[in-house]
Design a binder for this molecule. Sequence first.
Ligand SMILES: [Zn+2]
Length: 286
Amino acid sequence: MMSLKNNHLLDVLVCPECHAALQLTPTTLLCMGCGKRYDLAQNAVLFTTPPSDINPSELRERGEGRDTPWRHANSVFLRNQIEQLSSDALLLDVGAGRGDFLPFYEHLPHVLLDVYPYPEVDVVCDLTKLNPFHENSLDVVLLMNVLEHVVSPLDLLRSMHAMLKPHGRIIIAIPFYLKIHQAPLDFQRLTHFALRDLAQHAGYSLLHLEGFYDPCGVIEESLRYYRFWGRAGQGWLARKFGAIALALMQVNLKLLRTLSVHPFIGDPFKVTYPAPMGYHLVLEKN
Ligand SMILES: [Zn+2]
């Protein structure tokens, strides 16, 4: 008998077609209503087929840059938000990938979901197409650096509205100043005006919205782009001189990091010259 590694799963999942209960069989999850079967792979339930244009080698990049100031700010924000939850809050990590943020919530009941069957994932599903979660079953949903990879963020937020309990929360981190990544599944950079609008249209109150500003980080991101992708097609000599110039710029950047403006969190509606690395938001179901 195959067992689902996550025992909270059967409490919160229903058949996305007919909303009847699902039963575990040795090889599938079987719908008790319409009889539809959902395959299991590595103990994850497959509700939708993983996109064929995902490049698995590129997906390993997900953990890369974990220590960038942006990722650090994500961690501080998430830890803070998780601390406010009760110890029995049921959490769904959407776009969980390799479980980068698992250490922050592993003491809570949790489910990891992604469109791709990573080994850490419990449910494989594209929530903009299909929703296998019981209505009013979840306390918290995480969307950590995920919303930019969704074609229609509005559809995703609306899809989550039903599965959240009343006053359930969505915790979001979304980059603004970041190169296109995990191509071709990278669809937008949203401003705080767009994010506020989105929350309202999807039926949520905006409990919290902050921008993360890092003037040196903006320069770093551009240098990183030059270092990895800007030098293709250059001749040997140009490469050598380019490498020296880049090294000098990195020394200068280090100097700026020490002497100049440090990363800070600000209210995006009040910050002047706003060029955030990204935003952190908390939405509450109305
Ligand atoms: Zn069914």
